[in-house]
Write a protein that binds this ligand. Sequence first.
Ligand SMILES: [Zn+2]
Length: 389
Amino acid sequence: MTEKLFDIDSYIKEFTCKVISLYTKDDKLYIETDRTAFFPEGGGQTSDIGKLGCANVENVQNIDGKIYHFVENSEENVKFFTIGKEIKGEICWKKRFSDMQQHSGEHIFSGIVHSLFGYDNVGFHLGSETVTLDFNGVLTKEDMCKVELLVNKAVWANSEVKVFFPSDEELALIDYRSKKEIDGQVRLVEFPGVDICACCAPHVKNTGEIGIIQVVSFEKYKGGTRVSILCGERALADIRHKLDENHSVSVLMSAKEKETAQAVERIKKEKESLDYEIVGLKKEILSLKLASIKADKRIIIFDSSLEGKMLQDYALSLMERAEEFVCCFCGEKGQYRYCMVSDKLDPLPYAKALNEAFTGKGGGRNGIVQGTVSGEEDEIREFLTSPSV
Ligand SMILES: [Zn+2]
């Protein structure tokens, strides 16, 4: 059985241990030691990483009650790790401390939500990018602001975090949060005045080390609420990134940094009214163009401004002026959408011939055919106006 150094002291970064068992599987070598400071993956948190002897520890897992360190199954590592050998271990402190900040922040957050609203944390995920907490109750924006302030006040109180292993009798008298039934010795983590919860993970010694707890986002989730938080250095990095983005927006908009949203809203409204104006002008131009088109046997039009439904509307507006059919094209670089219409004959055979000649496709009925073709304007024009078609 491996002695869990992280259980008693979460600040142990380096340690010595002895290899007690090992085996290889696929491209990994699994190493069990008599003691370890590496926290294995569990309770929603990824494992520690770091160094064991000469090897990089990529993952640590609890397999059938035993803690295994995963290293590369290389010739060098297989030679280095032997049963009984005394080796040095060192965890990646940057990841561990960040995980401790996030996890301790999560306990304070869940504890305060529980005491204010009675909701339980029913899901926790501490990933490399995000930290999410799922509560079995709905939290509003106001609730979230209230909780955010209170959790940060608990951080600023800088209280000492207590980790202890109560006896069954003591445990029976303690009101604590726990996500599931736990077999064997229960490890409790107490944030005085805020929360007591059963937990196996490493935590900070004093709440002040969490630095800041920031609500990044929240959404309705499975009838409750999913909250994303960031703590400590991760929160600082996130705030810095967003401040930089906002600063860039303020420069681009020539707006004060606390008034960027209003500036963007103003530009958005201006764009909407300009778009509206453009649509009106396009319609005006098209009706002027339309007026200039003379009656003909077959009317062929290429116009890249005939977007969307305008292509069909335009062709239909010209229908009366054609003895046979009207065919309007919209597109560029040899790729066109077309609409062929007629009130004198069935345009389908003409459209089929067009598709065959210009690797096109499409179809329609009641005198309206729509499709796409590939080809040059001159060639398409020549084809459609030739008497053999
Ligand atoms: Zn926990």
